[in-house]
Design a protein around this ligand. Structure first.
Ligand SMILES: C[S@@+](CC[C@H](N)C(=O)[O-])C[C@H]1O[C@@H](n2cnc3c(N)ncnc32)[C@H](O)[C@@H]1O
Length: 277
């Protein structure tokens, strides 16, 4: 990697979005990011009601390892993305290859949380002075859906019970604005994927990054968006390590005879590139 201004900017952007320039701040003990054991969590449950009534907060100061942060293995307290540096590197490589090789279309992330990975896609476009490509930002902005009986693979999912995964639209917009990356080229698609991803504004895609964790969220995104992915475009799956998500990907690929090889990014993510026509 060269130390061109664009690379230096993108490197700094990745470290800022992941908060890895600074120590992990204390996490509210009730958050999954607090890294408490089951026993500690049970003990906390015992006293938390009384503490809340007394307006006293409990925080965990336990530090994750450098490696865990690099690899996006934690739910960070302050970072704007939880995907870690390796998956941001992959995202940069995909977007830059699409730009260099003139793969047609916009960029989308389905499942954005605090917005960090989508902000990064916009940052890559800005660093390369690429105008004219939109970044679609799709999320309920209120967390994950309850399991839909239509998708048995999601039957035991409890992601919808985690308030930490519900980040309001205004907060995500504000995060884009803080980085100086909010403009008319950023298009927000608030709502459930089953209702939003068929938006005709999504016409042609060069990079689609799916981060909806569940079988249904992943399959709905693949069904709606993969037909719009240009030849040579990239399909990135953040949660290939989660059984429901992996199953959705494998089912979709089998049903649509997608044979391009799936490459691992790190312990969690994977991607493939649609064959050029
Ligand atoms: C793990 S977080 C995404 C992490 C994010 N990409 C990052 O960079 O940190 C999953 C997100 O997917 C969203 N989500 C999952 N399923 C959804 C669905 N069916 N419709 C809308 N949003 C969904 C949740 O609201 C949540 O913000």
């Amino acid at each position: 990697m060269t130390s061109s201004p664009a690379n230096l900017y993108l490197d700094l952007l990745k470290k800022t979005l992941t908060f890895t320039l600074w120590p992990e701040p204390p996490a509210p003990a009730a958050d999954p990011g607090a890294r408490l054991s089951l026993l500690e969590r049970a003990a906390l449950g015992y006293v938390s009601g009384a503490l809340e009534r007394a307006e006293i907060g409990l925080f965990s100061t336990r530090q994750p390892s450098e490696e865990a942060r690099r690899e996006g293995r934690t739910w960070p307290a302050a970072a704007h993305t939880m995907i870690g540096l390796l998956r941001l590197d992959n995202l940069q490589a995909c977007v830059e290859t699409a730009l260099k090789e003139g793969v047609e279309g916009d960029l989308i992330e389905t499942g954005v949380w605090r917005g960090g990975a989508s902000i990064f896609m916009k940052g890559v476009l800005a660093a390369h002075e690429s105008t004219g490509r939109k970044v679609f930002v799709a999320d309920s902005f209120r967390g994950l859906p309850e399991p839909d009986p239509k998708y048995p693979a999601d039957r035991d999912s409890n992601f919808h019970t985690f308030p930490a995964l519900a980040v309001p639209l205004e907060e995500v917009k504000e995060n884009f604005r803080k980085y100086g990356l909010l403009d008319e080229g950023v298009v927000f698609l608030p709502g459930w994927f089953k209702d939003t991803l068929s938006d005709p504004a999504i016409n042609k895609l060069a990079v689609m990054r799916l981060d909806g964790d569940m079988y249904g969220s992943t399959l709905e995104a693949l069904n709606a968006l993969y037909p719009k992915l240009s030849p040579g475009g990239f399909c990135i799956i953040d949660d290939y390590t989660l059984p429901g998500c992996r199953r959705a990907v494998d089912d979709f690929r089998a049903a649509h005879a997608v044979t391009e090889g799936v490459h691992a990014i790190d312990w969690a993510g994977a991607f493939w590139r649609k064959a050029k026509a």
